[in-house]
Design a protein around this ligand. Sequence first.
Ligand code: HEC
Length: 162
Amino acid sequence: MRNGEKGIIGAMVLSVVLLAAYKVSKQSADVGPDPGIPYYSTADSALTTRAAKIMHANNCKSCHRLWGTKDMMQSVPSPPLDGMGALRTEAWLYEYFSAANPQEILPSRLKAQYRMPSFASLPIEERKDLAAYMASLQVKDWYLAETKKAEQEALSGKPASP
Ligand code: HEC
């Protein structure tokens, strides 16, 4: 590799690192002294790897955001999957992924092509892995508290009492 090429690759790597650092700092900028990213998963690495493969094969991220990323070409108004385990149980998620018509469980106001597709045809093991992984997605307590407070303020129009 020539020196010029090395320089270009070096600059590209550096800009990716800087961009990632900027994103992380921006996410935590307005919530006090560096509380970090509010989302985490309790899944082990084997489950995480299996779930990532299933999600990739089924284009979940063409509609859903997870860990702050979503397919840039899509603008489907789907709920983010971050923290999903704080909202739904593993059993609920398994039922939902196994439903022939997910909208019977969770009604949709979206046009048909934007709705949650049925994943009933996936092998049972894959639906189980998806449900277990989604249930492992948690959100830190301080962020839930902040979110509730912000919601309360938005609804009442005045600062919430602590
Ligand atoms: C075509 C876009 C699309 C794709 C692809 C898609 N979803 Fe969805 N998903 C939605 C929409 C929209 C909703 C909200 C319910 C509705 O409108 O049908 C939803 C709902 C959900 C929910 C329930 C959210 C809640 O509030 O309880 C989960 C969990 C979920 N999706 C996970 C997944 C996973 C995992 C995959 C991939 C295997 C996936 N979705 C693929 C659009 C999509």
